[in-house]
Design a protein. Structure first.
Length: 206
């Protein structure tokens, strides 16, 4: 059975999380989205720094990395600068990943961004940060040579990576729950830069 089919149930479980549904609704508060991007920045930094230790990533997949794109995107939002427990746990976990585990993590995370991320990009909230001019809307979801990366990663996949892929999905599910439970202070929720500084997303152009 293909890896995608083996992971169908836990993939669906992740998609059914309240945070995932909110992300797709277009109704997410900018502060919560900024908090999410900040977790993703640290998560992807840990994974990609680990992946860089393996030649297959250095030679073929460096451009697939999301670390710099997330750094740019998170700068457009005003949010609590905290790391949630699952983020801290994942960072530590990445320190010991072997090659096959790294491939499993790239498959779940980066493939998800290349596919589902294209729908999320149309729904992300307007920037609410003071340095909006430094921000590019949704660059996190923009990939160069996506088709080439997908094709190459698929040559590396093995069905025995199933258990590690489940681990990645569980980390995502746990993070979604923590994001929904996090009590964002009203100073972040109510903050809004001058209207002239807000870059609205042209959803029709995407």
């Amino acid at each position: 059975m293909a890896l995608r089919e083996l992971l169908k149930d836990i993939h669906t479980e992740a998609e059914e999380e309240e945070f995932a549904k909110l992300l797709m609704s277009g109704e997410m508060n900018p502060a919560l989205y900024g908090l999410y991007l900040n977790q993703q920045f640290h998560i992807y930094s840990a994974l990609e720094n680990r992946a860089y230790k393996f030649p297959f990533y250095q030679k073929k997949l460096r451009k697939m990395g999301r670390m710099m794109a997330l750094e740019i995107d998170r700068n457009g939002y005003y949010y609590p600068k905290v790391l949630l427990p699952t983020t801290k746990k994942y960072i530590k976990y990445c320190e010991t990943l072997d090659k096959d585990q790294v491939i499993a993590h790239l498959y779940v995370r980066h493939f998800g961004d290349m596919y589902g991320g294209q729908m999320i990009k149309k729904k992300i909230p307007a920037c609410n940060g003071e340095n909006v001019a430094m921000h590019s809307d949704g660059i996190y979801y923009e990939f160069e040579d996506a088709g080439k990366h997908i094709q190459y990663v698929r040559t590396l996949l093995e069905d025995n990576m199933y258990e590690e892929c489940k681990v990645v999905f569980q980390y995502a599910i746990d993070l979604f729950k923590e994001l929904m439970a996090y009590d964002i202070p009203s100073t972040y929720l109510d903050f809004c830069p001058p209207v002239s500084d807000i870059r609205r997303i042209d959803r029709d152009s995407n």
